[in-house]
Ligand binder design. Structure first.
Ligand code: GRF
Length: 297
């Protein structure tokens, strides 16, 4: 299955956080109890002192500390809790531990993380310091599917901010947090609506040789655009056009899918104007999806 989403009920979300929890707070606000798309039902921390736990309790969401006594013990308890609480999606938000394949493999595709750099650049720690030392003019944040590496999984969504003269790591951190508080909920909405998924297995059979090869050769940051266009064509019941759309040969539906896929990640007046010029049916379908993602219930 390419994606289990959308579900025919609100998705049950768990958030893992080790510290401050401002991303958790943004997720709690975006996915409160009773939200038809998804609701945060559980917050777990490896750190009993984490302010994140208090933030969850302040909103009457179950919040449990599983003090770190080694990876195996933590993962066994966390997996059991996720099962008991019937959790559908796990969101890492400032969770400072690496999860092993025992955890990551069964949750692949339903386990996200947010990292404050434009991955695949600057994985790991001390990101802002390294970005400044390298003299970058731009940085950003990435929501990605978690795989077995550290900050290596397929990208779901990225946001960018400039690096300005005089910036310090603290200034950059604050600028990026502001961005993340919108980016993470949006990425989760895309996932839950079935508009984002990691590259599926068996691309050759699904896309045909030429399109599969083109997709595999794309840089990691460009793949999510193609995957969103694929997702849109699925939602529009035009999945047979995906391979030719990737090659730019699927006419108005292909153009509509790529324009909308772009606009889902960030608004762009020129692309919106171009969308207006497409045939009525394509334009209507594209606008309906954009409205769904942009104005959450
Ligand atoms: C964020 O910068 C996030 O990108 C990274 O850890 C930080 C967590 O901050 N993974 P907070 O705890 O959500 O405030």
């Amino acid at each position: 299955m390419i994606t289990p989403f959308p579900l025919d009920r609100p998705a049950r979300l768990a958030v893992f956080a080790s510290g401050r929890g401002t991303n958790l707070e943004a997720l709690l606000k975006a996915f409160p109890r009773g939200n038809p798309l998804g609701e945060v039902v559980l917050v777990l921390s490896d750190n009993p002192e984490a302010p994140a736990l208090e933030r969850a309790r302040g909103r009457s969401v179950e919040a449990l500390a599983l003090p770190w006594e080694g990876r195996r013990a933590f993962e066994a308890r966390a997996l059991a809790l996720l099962w008991e609480r019937r959790v559908d999606v796990v969101l890492l938000a400032g969770f400072m531990r690496l999860l092993s394949p025992r955890f990551v493999v069964p949750w692949y595709g339903r386990l996200l993380n947010i990292h404050p750099s434009l991955l695949p650049d600057y994985p790991g720690l001390r990101v802002h310091q390294r970005v400044l030392e390298a003299g970058e003019r731009e940085t950003g944040s990435t929501v990605h599917f978690v795989d077995q590496g550290m900050d290596t999984g397929p990208i779901l969504l990225q946001g960018r901010v400039p690096v300005l003269p005089g910036d310090t790591p603290e200034v950059l951190e604050a600028r990026l947090l502001h961005l993340e508080h919108r980016l993470y909920p949006k990425a989760v909405r895309l996932l839950l609506l079935g508009l984002a998924f990691p590259p599926p297995e068996g691309l050759l059979g699904l896309l045909g040789q030429e399109a599969a090869r083109l997709f595999q050769g794309l840089p990691p940051r460009e793949k999510p655009l193609y995957l969103r266009a694929w997702a849109l064509l699925r939602v529009w019941e035009k999945e047979d056009l995906v391979g030719s759309a990737f090659l730019g040969r699927a006419g108005a539906w292909g153009r509509g899918a790529f324009l909308a896929a772009h606009l889902l990640a960030g608004d762009h007046p020129a692309l919106r104007a171009e969308l207006m010029g497409l045939p009525e049916e394509v334009r209507r379908r594209a606008e309906a999806v954009l409205a769904l993602v942009e104005s959450p219930s």
